[in-house]
Design a protein around this ligand. Structure first.
Ligand code: SF4
Length: 403
């Protein structure tokens, strides 16, 4: 069983600090209410299309009619707590909501031990499994669509820290350079023209604010109509000024600061600046696994597939120097020349690839279910990977074997 991880959507909601709506005042609604409340999310209300439910109280909250939801901001997050997904989603879209989520990531694997929700554990398990099946069915029906969850956009190989165990492999760059922003802009444009949607862009490096022109990228990413969030990952060593601060004043932007204690020298100043400017942000103390070493280990195909399936970052598509990879380790290991590049593991946008051909290659990369070449060089990134102390610094880049 894989370890439960707080879903990224919950992180986003917590960072925004706004209440959410649970659409469906039944069993899944009760379970979702419990899980979200347990993680600190405030629930505004339940809603339900059934007249018999409307006006009643569930888990201490009033059940609204769908029409009443029209009074809420259209960017309110709404969870579909029921199994008539297409009908429910269509109704919410009619009202104008766009941030609509199923409950699979939220409930799958959540620990309900001791929860007073009115069901025994086996019932809870079945209700969640049934919802999961319904969601998969709905996804299959829409299988021709191509919607990405996240896309990591690397704006620089340079970092203001040099951590020996960085899982994005920054410790191996001897001459780090900033990304070619024209190539980056063109690649992102072509990707966005070829997919049906993208929930979240994640802007990172290295340290993204090391790049003085990161604002150009952030302004481009926030301008795409179909994108919900643009999250900037920073290590708290640089306080953005000028255009790099201005570009953050956008309702799609969330700044996520990793707090490395004394290494994050500007952490408090950065928090204060973001707060003063009304920019949503969150600060986190990291937990690191031993995932920053590049070393080929002979493993069987089934062992590698198992690593890939359990990996916590196996769906973080990463755009680096005009090439799109399936995970950050694959991206940086290949970019460094330490992992051989194989065409099935990368979509090369350095040329003029676009249109239907690009769409098919993107679909192939995103939907692949077997391991990557990079998995053979990786120590894994899952609940079994040993923990290491975060952010131990090295003065010089670490030596690397180039293939
Ligand atoms: S190389 Fe494989 S195991 Fe390593 S981080 Fe990427 S997907 Fe996960």
């Amino acid at each position: 069983m894989t370890q439960y991880r707080r879903p990224p959507i919950v992180e986003t909601i917590l960072a925004e600090g706004r209440p959410v709506v649970l659409f469906g005042a039944g069993d899944l609604g009760v379970l979702s209410h419990y899980a979200l409340t347990d993680m600190g999310v405030e629930i505004a209300c339940f809603a339900d299309g059934r007249h018999s439910k409307q006006g009643q109280v569930l888990s201490g909250l009033e059940i609204w009619s769908p029409e009443q939801l029209g009074d809420l901001p259209q960017n309110t997050h709404v969870f579909l707590c029921g199994n008539y997904l297409a009908t429910m989603a269509a109704r919410l879209r009619e009202i104008g909501f766009t941030r609509i989520h199923d409950c699979v990531e939220l409930l799958d694997g959540f620990d309900f031990t001791g929860a007073d929700v009115g069901f025994v554990p086996s019932q809870i398990e079945r209700k969640i499994a049934f919802h999961k099946r319904e969601v998969h069915k709905a996804r299959e029906q829409a299988e021709d669509t191509l919607v990405f969850k996240y896309l990591d956009v690397v704006v620089t190989e340079a970092c203001s820290m040099k951590c020996i165990d960085c899982s994005n492999l920054m410790q191996y760059y001897t001459k780090p350079k900033h990304s070619d922003l024209d190539l980056l802009a063109s690649a992102v444009d072509r990707i966005m023209e070829s997919v049906d949607g993208l929930y979240e862009f994640r802007v990172l490096g290295g340290e993204p604010f090391v790049n003085p022109r990161v604002h150009r990228v952030i302004n481009q990413l926030t301008a795409y109509a179909g994108v919900e969030k643009v999250v900037i990952y920073t290590n708290g060593t640089i306080v953005p000024r000028g255009e790099n601060l201005e570009c953050l004043k956008n309702e799609k932007v969330v700044v996520e600061i990793t707090n490395y204690g004394s290494h994050s020298k500007k952490h408090d100043e950065l928090m204060a600046t973001l707060a003063e400017n009304g920019i949503p942000h969150v600060s986190k103390i990291p937990v690191w696994t031993d995932s920053g070493r590049i070393k080929f280990v002979e493993r069987s195909a089934s062992e590698l597939d198992d690593m890939f399936h359990n990996c916590s970052v196996n769906d973080i598509l990463t755009l680096l120097n005009g090439k799109l990879y399936r995970c950050p380790f694959s991206a940086n290991g290949t970019n460094l020349g330490a992992i051989p590049e194989t065409s099935a593991d990368v979509v090369d946008l350095t040329g003029d690839l676009k249109g239907p051909e690009l769409r098919e290659q993107l679909r192939g990369l995103y939907n692949r279910s077997g391991h990557l070449t990079a998995c053979g060089f990786c120590n894994g990134r899952d609940y079994r990977t040993p923990r290491v102390e975060a952010a131990i610094q090295t003065r010089r880049p670490l030596p690397l074997t180039v293939v």
